[in-house]
Design a protein around this ligand. Sequence first.
Ligand SMILES: [Zn+2]
Length: 237
Amino acid sequence: MMGHSHALSGVVGWMAIVPLVQGTEFWGVRFDLGPGEIIAGSLVCAGAALIPDLDHKSSTITQTYGFVTRALSALLNWMFGGHRNGTHSLLFALLMGALTQVLALWSPLAVQIFVFLLIGIAMNGLGFGMDKNRTAAEIINALGTAGITLALYTSGTDYSWIGLAVAFGCLLHFAGDMATEMGVPLLWPVSKYRVGQNIGFKTDGKIERNVVTPMLTIAIILLSVYLFPWREILPEA
Ligand SMILES: [Zn+2]
């Protein structure tokens, strides 16, 4: 799947799971998600849904932060055995989630920086910063990302769920890739079997462009209407 479809699936995935996990506890994380956590989670999940493609040198995420993400891409490609290999496994999702959670426990500041970077990646994936006028688009992306991160920070957004959101974002990425013809080696390195190979639609083909992307967009609109307490947010008519 293309970067923007993965990013959209991250937003939809988080929004869709909010009503299911709200008020519950999972692995010691209590889900008490307000509007801030819904927005933050959507963007974190969207960014995380691009992480597995760090193994490819021309993917959206690899292009996001210049030589930093390009170096990271080269490293991950080498560590995990090339494109659509180890970074597309359950082990990788678990690893990313655990690393993020450790980061969150270690330093609240590190989490803010990580969230900022992930939102920047998400915005890039969603289409901000990739236009013809690159410099202007990148500045708008950076400003928007900083604004969102700051707004979430000042509204006291709680990030205790961030490791789970990152792992979930990776899983959504695998689901997206399994829906295309390439398949995903979920059980790497134990098994190289590619789940979903040769079934599904073509990457960036007619179905992805004319069906998947619009459906994901509509899902975001419907879920927003459903999830946010609009009556409390909007002034009374
Ligand atoms: Zn992929």
